[in-house]
Ligand binder design. Structure first.
Ligand code: SIN
Length: 526
């Protein structure tokens, strides 16, 4: 069978470069892996689709979780992560996350990330399903932007690292289950380039753009997962998408995240009649696990015939609100809302992908020489529902482990210089723009936080209708994205149809209960 590619090409006719590591993506996982690799003298190229700070990391508000408080411990963090993960967390991965996490966060501080302090100590907040205050934050509610700033400025002055912005990963070059490099499209020069490396690391982030309503930047189109799957890598847990409960829902305003830390500091959720409904739904009320809060909000919206519920901060100290949430306060003010006083209209939106390219605890995928970390990867650390603020930590801990693993096993360069080519794709026009719009509607209607077998079959019909496109070239970056979105959308819908139960972020009206027989992962391979 011929390999699956997006474009016709011949590596013998393309410019080629060799690096120790080729890292795709410039969020926390990619930049931290680059920093680590450089610190052991490796030469690294970081390929990123737009500007370096166009990442989910940069948008992260609430913070980064680590057991650093005096009343906290990795054991408590472990318990909370497992509880949120709804029976599907890989326990070894969680142990690594919570035990190695504090050290990695300290390294981040050494690199220059400035987290908020209180009385000379790190200020720690709380979020849903955390039994302790353990979330570090920066500039109140701009934690991701501070981490991105610190890492990017460190990387910029690093002579071992070259960052290439406006470069889009196209396809992996894989032969006999070994990865030799990656085909990349230079958006400025409008041409293809081959980057070869002893290790190719996918750190491309999530796929929120598959949904009409999401919290992600526009680059989040699932590229890494699609590229890896096309090349024959295993993907896992694709049915588990996390919807964030509280995203600004105001006509004319963008879907802007209202951090879970707002509830962590004491905000209430109320329905249109002012009823504080979460106290009826869960012992932890507004701080229940995210999937629980999302479903409670959706049911409240349906019962009150409303498209939103409201976050109420009016009982909180206005000074505390201003100090903790300056970014949210400023954004909401643009739309005429004073969050210290006015109810803030919110609704759930797609936020985070628990599934992704399957890796082991060292970030190795099922293809030799191909690694994955961060949101694009899946080693089961988040189970069926990620604990709030564990994602930045995941990127740090497992990005670091890839480099450690390669160092330990002294994985060298692939011996042979194999060339790759494809000349079998048709070049006729395809209406990719229309498909992108249709796909987002189908995902919203049928593969959202509440699913049914019937809806999932409709989504699969949509994907099957467009499967002929795999025989066509996708030569422009937006077209390549649509191909990737079709690939991952179809994996999500297929996995969700297979899982005939409800668990964590995957809820089926026709199978509303969790089943012990489903305490297992779905692993797909082309
Ligand atoms: C938030 O600030 O609510 C997002 C944190 C996260 O997704 O972990």
């Amino acid at each position: 069978m011929k390999p699956d590619y997006l474009v016709n090409f011949d590596t013998r006719q393309l410019p080629q470069d060799y690096w120790d590591y080729v890292i795709i993506g410039s969020g926390i996982a990619g930049l931290y892996a680059a920093y680590m690799a450089s610190s052991i003298g490796k030469k690294v190229v970081v390929i990123t689709k737009q500007a370096v700070d166009n990442s989910n990391t940069d948008k992260a508000q609430g913070g980064i979780a680590a057991a650093l408080g005096t009343s906290d411990s990795p054991e408590l963090h472990y318990d909370d992560t497992l509880m949120a993960g709804a029976g599907l967390c890989d326990e070894s991965a969680v142990k690594i996350l919570v035990n190695e996490g504090p050290g990695r966060v300290r390294e981040l501080i050494e690199i220059g990330a400035r987290f908020d302090q209180k009385g000379g100590e790190l200020a720690l907040t709380k979020e849903g399903a955390h039994s302790r205050r353990r979330i570090l934050h920066a500039s109140g509610d701009a934690t991701g932007a501070e981490i991105q700033r610190a890492l990017a400025s460190r990387i910029r002055e690093d002579k071992n690292v070259l960052v290439l912005e406006n470069h889009q990963a196209v396809d992996l070059l894989v032969h006999d289950d070994t990865c030799y490099g990656i085909l990349v499209y230079d958006r400025s020069a409008e041409g293809l380039h081959v980057y070869r490396g002893a290790g190719v690391i996918l750190a491309t982030g999530g796929l929120g753009m598959l949904y009409e309503h999401n919290t992600n930047p526009e680059v989040a189109t699932g590229d890494g997962i699609a590229i890896a799957y096309r090349a024959g890598a295993e993907v896992m847990d694709m049915e588990f998408i996390q919807f964030h409960p509280t995203v600004l829902s105001l006509p004319g305003a963008p879907r802007f995240l209202i951090s879970e830390a707002v509830r962590g500091e004491g905000a209430y959720l109320r329905n249109r009649y002012g009823d504080r409904f979460m106290v009826r739904c869960h012992d932890l009320a507004e701080l229940a696990p995210r999937n629980v809060v999302v479903r409670a909000i959706l049911s409240e919206m349906a019962n009150t015939a409303s498209e939103k519920v409201f976050l109420d901060l009016s009982h909180m100290s206005p000074d505390l609100v201003r100090e903790r949430f300056p970014n949210i306060l400023k954004t909401c003010a643009k739309y005429g809302l004073d969050i210290t006083r006015d109810p803030v209209p919110v609704a759930p939106a797609a936020h985070y992908m628990m599934g992704g390219v399957k890796t082991n605890l060292n970030g190795e995928t099922s293809i030799r020489g191909l690694y994955a970390c961060g949101e694009a990867a899946c080693l089961g650390v988040h189970g069926a529902n990620r604990l709030a603020s564990n994602s930045l930590l995941d990127g740090l801990v497992f990005g670091h482990r890839i480099v450690e693993c390669v160092k330990k096993y002294k994985i060298g360069r692939p011996k042979k210089q194999i060339e790759f080519a494809c000349d079998w794709l048709d070049s006729g026009p395809v209406g990719y723009n229309k498909i992108r719009t249709g796909l987002r509607t189908v995902m919203n209607q049928n593969v959202g936080p509440v699913r049914t077998g019937e809806g999932l079959k409709k989504a699969i019909e949509f994907f099957n209708k467009y499967s002929y496109i795999n025989k066509h070239e996708a030569t422009s970056p937006p077209d390549m994205e649509v191909r990737n979105m079709l690939e991952v959308g179809s994996l999500i819908a297929e996995s969700a149809l297979m899982r005939t139960e409800s668990r964590g972020g995957h809820y089926r009206l026709d199978y509303p209960d969790s089943r012990d027989s489903w305490r297992k992962h779905l692993i797909l391979r082309k």
